[in-house]
Design a binder for this molecule. Structure first.
Ligand code: ADP
Ligand code: MG
Length: 443
């Protein structure tokens, strides 16, 4: 019976899912019951949650209805014939509470898994590579570097990797961290004389997942520290996974030795989804929200919102909320109406020229002055604001923005974005100007 179930599931699941969750199970039929033993709580929880129902159907089918129950436990049947297997008391040394704690300590989001990640042409390679290293951490590719635009699934994939590593080996030490948090924690450690502890913490993990490494730009002390962490992990063959909004060599403000190391393993990109993938993602998210999305609505939304999956999700949530609120069914007309603002904003392409023109008008300057080499204060501030807006609202890189502002260096743009960020926090006037400009440009 179990062999039949296994054969069937092998066809239904991806090989990664099958190998991770089904293969480790041991099975025995006990009267009307199929008893399954999982090697640890992780596999048990997961398999029970995702496959119990399907298994029950299969059992009923293959046993002609004689087996009507599936029971999961932790343990193994490797005892002598007739002897009761040691149920539950299997000494894995880890309880559910422990595991939850480990996930929390690793900063892993349990909702970001491979199961909830819809595969498409745009993310196929990144997904496959992530799956490979999740199953062979430290030995497949090191580091894995995932790059791509905002909201395309980099963070989701990193968590999925961490979740699998932890699930297949609950005693693995896994840490997911945004690069800005790495920086913040390092500074805190320095302040409290705990830098040795900090070093030890990150250099002793089995898998280190650092998100958005472009935020290391310009932070030399952090880069230095991360360089040594990287080397320690690399040499001891522990897995490193990195993400960024661009290719390793193009991450500006990063030391050359880091940039080159980031490219040592496998570098994969995630691209904006094609229409079919967008539609599939919408259906997947809709079913998670417990609703069914009509095909024409899914295509309509997918066609109009193409560049960013986070926005796709936002649009869907808005649709669902609106439908619940008004009690109306989600039809094409309903969707067009409910999403009109979102779509209008999408349609309005913000360009660098557009930003320069708007900022010049707002501050009553000439656009040419904004692009000139003049450095008077009355020009410098608006120029910095315009650069920061260009960074925020367009997909152009720092060098491209610098170029568009009279051939300035990318470090000038970087400095401008930082300056504006800190001014917005300390100077209410700047904050108001910036907000006004954002509104003008995006409404
Ligand atoms: P990034 O880190 O690249 O900016 P995220 O990983 O945060 O993007 O993804 C943004 C949102 O889109 C998340 O809610 C994520 O779950 C979802 N998402 C991205 N790619 C996919 C995918 N292929 N299938 C399902 N959801 C996805
Ligand atoms: Mg991210």
């Amino acid at each position: 019976l179990w062999d039949q179930c296994v054969r069937q599931l092998k066809g239904e699941l991806t090989s990664a899912e099958f190998n991770t969750w089904i293969l480790p199970l041991q099975a025995r039929v006990d009267g009307r019951e199929l008893r399954l033993l999982a090697p640890n709580r992780f596999v048990l929880e997961w398999a029970q949650k995702h496959y119990a129902k399907r298994l029950l159907d299969l059992c009923a089918q293959y046993s002609d209805g004689t087996v009507g129950q599936v029971r999961f436990d932790v343990g193994g049947f490797d005892r002598e014939d007739g002897e009761e297997a040691q149920m539950g008391g299997f000494d894995e040394g880890i309880s559910i509470a422990d595991l939850q704690e480990r996930r929390a300590a690793a900063n892993l989001n349990v909702d970001f898994t491979f199961d909830t990640f819809v595969e498409g042409k745009s993310n196929q390679l990144a997904r496959a590579a992530s799956m490979q290293i999740a199953q062979n951490p430290g030995t497949a590719y090191n580091p894995l570097f995932i790059y791509g635009g905002v909201g395309l699934g980099k963070t989701h994939l990193m968590h999925a990797v961490g979740n699998i590593i932890l699930a297949s080996n609950p005693s693995a030490r896994v840490i997911y961290l945004h690069s800005e948090r790495f920086v913040a924690e390092m500074i805190k450690a320095l302040q409290h004389n705990r830098i040795e502890e900090f070093k030890k913490r990150y250099r002793s993990v089995n898998a280190l997942l650092i998100d958005d490494v472009q935020f290391f730009a310009g932070k030399e002390r952090s880069q230095e520290e991360f360089f040594h962490t990287f080397n320690a992990l690399f040499e001891s063959r522990q897995q490193i996974v990195l993400s960024s909004d661009r290719f390793p060599k193009e991450v500006v403000g990063l030391e050359e030795r880091l940039r080159s190391r980031f490219g040592w393993g496998l570098t994969v990109s995630i691209d904006p989804p094609d229409l079919e993938t967008s539609v599939a993602i919408l259906h997947c998210k809709a079913s998670q929200l417990g609703i069914e999305l009509p095909e024409d609505v899914a295509f309509f939304v997918g066609r109009r919102i193409r560049s960013n999956i986070r926005e796709l999700e936002g649009a869907l949530r808005r649709l669902v909320a609106n439908a619940q609120f008004t009690g109306k069914p989600i039809t094409l007309d309903f969707a067009k109406h409910a999403l009109r603002d979102v779509l209008a904003a999408q349609d309005k392409q913000v360009t660098i020229e557009n930003i320069q023109k708007t900022v010049a008008e707002y501050f009553k300057l000439r656009t040419s002055d904004l692009l000139s080499a003049k450095r008077s204060r009355s020009l410098a501030r608006p120029r910095q604001i315009a650069m920061a807006l260009a960074k925020e609202l367009t997909k152009h890189s720092l060098p491209e923005i610098g170029n568009a502002f009279g051939g300035r260096d990318h470090t000038t743009v970087l400095h401008a974005t930082r300056k504006v960020k800190s001014l917005r926090e300390s100077d209410a006037g700047v904050e108001e100007d910036y907000k006004n400009l954002l509104r003008i440009l995006t409404s």
